[in-house]
Design a protein around this ligand. Structure first.
Ligand SMILES: Cc1cc2nc3c(=O)[nH]c(=O)nc-3n(C[C@H](O)[C@H](O)[C@H](O)COP(=O)(O)OP(=O)(O)OC[C@H]3O[C@@H](n4cnc5c(N)ncnc54)[C@H](O)[C@@H]3O)c2cc1C
Length: 314
């Protein structure tokens, strides 16, 4: 049993009760969480983590919610949001960022200091914590490739993982680890390189701001190709869905994005059920046509993955 008073006393950041989660997700879908806590800094996050952990109360860490699908029925548990973990510091060619810093912000601040080398990650719209958790990036250039160290909370203790402890294909993070922040090695840009990187960044920035100004509520990657099928003519999950002619296909208020077949858009009023029905349909089509069973890449929140309501249980 949670004592709300105790929680509010313990955590310095804001604590919301019965908070709707839709505004905290990329696709703008989802019911309420029992609690949503926004710790002020790393130690505040550790306090919130310890509080819920000690009580055995379900919780998860929220970045920008770009890879989440939250059940319309909500999440019976607590959400610890990293929004206020937003510190960035630069020392030579090392840029250190808290877990809640967005990847675009990390790139922009580095570039202001004439540092670059991570531009391939410009489409990753989530936070440093969310991106590291999922080792986001494009094929061959993943965020872990750039990290020098990662600060985590493991079993209630702060630990610093060093580069030698991982490879991109063998990430160092355990299921329950909470990422507090990380440091990235950049390279110094010559004035000419800075100009080129600036142009690339501006183009991505414009694209991003048009998404922000005219928000297309959408998911990140819905599926990934299973490892054993990853050599399939070099195709991505999006290529396979595209080859089935599913761009623009809709169910209820959800449709397969016209710009990226591996993303689902909320056309307004979509339910989490619409998104899952559409994802299930696409998966079935790909399976019938290519014999590949796509794996869900979205993190489902508010679904009991060990119970009967896991929509993708084999
Ligand atoms: C338009 C668009 C384009 C995208 N392009 C790409 C791309 O090119 N490449 C790519 O790889 N991805 C891409 N994505 C997916 C997405 O940006 C990344 O997966 C992203 O990094 C997720 O970060 P987030 O902060 O939104 O995490 P969330 O969605 O909030 O969380 C994702 C998971 O990470 C966990 N998590 C979050 N923060 C922490 C933390 N501090 N410690 C521990 N666990 C944590 C959450 O609990 C959850 O399980 C794209 C998404 C969108 C919407």
């Amino acid at each position: 049993m949670i004592s709300t008073q105790e929680l509010i006393r313990l955590v310095r950041g804001p604590v919301a009760i019965a908070e709707p989660l839709a505004p905290y997700t990329g696709i703008r879908i989802g019911g309420t969480a029992d609690f949503l806590v926004k710790p002020r800094d790393r130690s505040d996050l550790a306090s919130a983590f310890g509080f819920f952990k000690a009580l055995g109360f379900p919780f998860f860490i929220l970045g920008r919610g770009r890879s989440l699908l939250v059940n319309d029925k909500g999440f019976r548990g607590a959400v610890i949001a990293t929004h206020f973990l937003d510190r960035i510091s630069i020392d030579g060619e090392i840029v250190e960022a808290d877990a809640g810093v967005s990847v675009p912000m990390l790139l922009a601040r580095s570039q202001q200091a004439s540092l670059g080398g991570m531009e391939q990650l410009e489409s990753v719209s989530g936070t440093v914590g969310g991106a590291l958790r999922r080792n986001a990036g494009i094929v061959g250039r993943r965020i872990l490739d750039h990290a020098e160290w990662i600060d985590i909370l493991r079993n209630g203790r702060v630990r610093r993982l060093r580069k030698k402890e991982w490879t991109s294909s063998c990430p160092p993070l355990a299921e329950d680890d909470v990422i507090l922040g990380a440091a990235f090695r950049m390279k110094r840009l010559s004035p000419k390189e800075k100009k080129v990187a600036g142009r690339a960044f501006d183009a991505a920035g414009i694209e991003r701001s048009s998404v922000t100004l005219q928000p297309e509520a959408s998911t990140g990657s819905v599926f990934r190709i299973p490892l054993e099928a990853s050599g399939l003519q070099g195709s991505s999950a999006g290529d396979l869905i595209d080859a089935c002619g599913l761009r623009g296909k809709y169910i209820g208020g959800a449709s397969i994005s016209l710009s990226n077949a591996n993303s689902i858009v909320n056309d307004g009023g979509a339910t989490s059920g619409d998104v899952l029905d559409l994802a299930r349909f696409a998966r079935q089509e790909v399976s019938s046509r290519f014999g590949v069973t796509l794996e869900l890449d979205l993190t489902l929140v508010g679904y009991n993955r060990n119970g009967n309501d896991d929509p993708f249980k084999p």
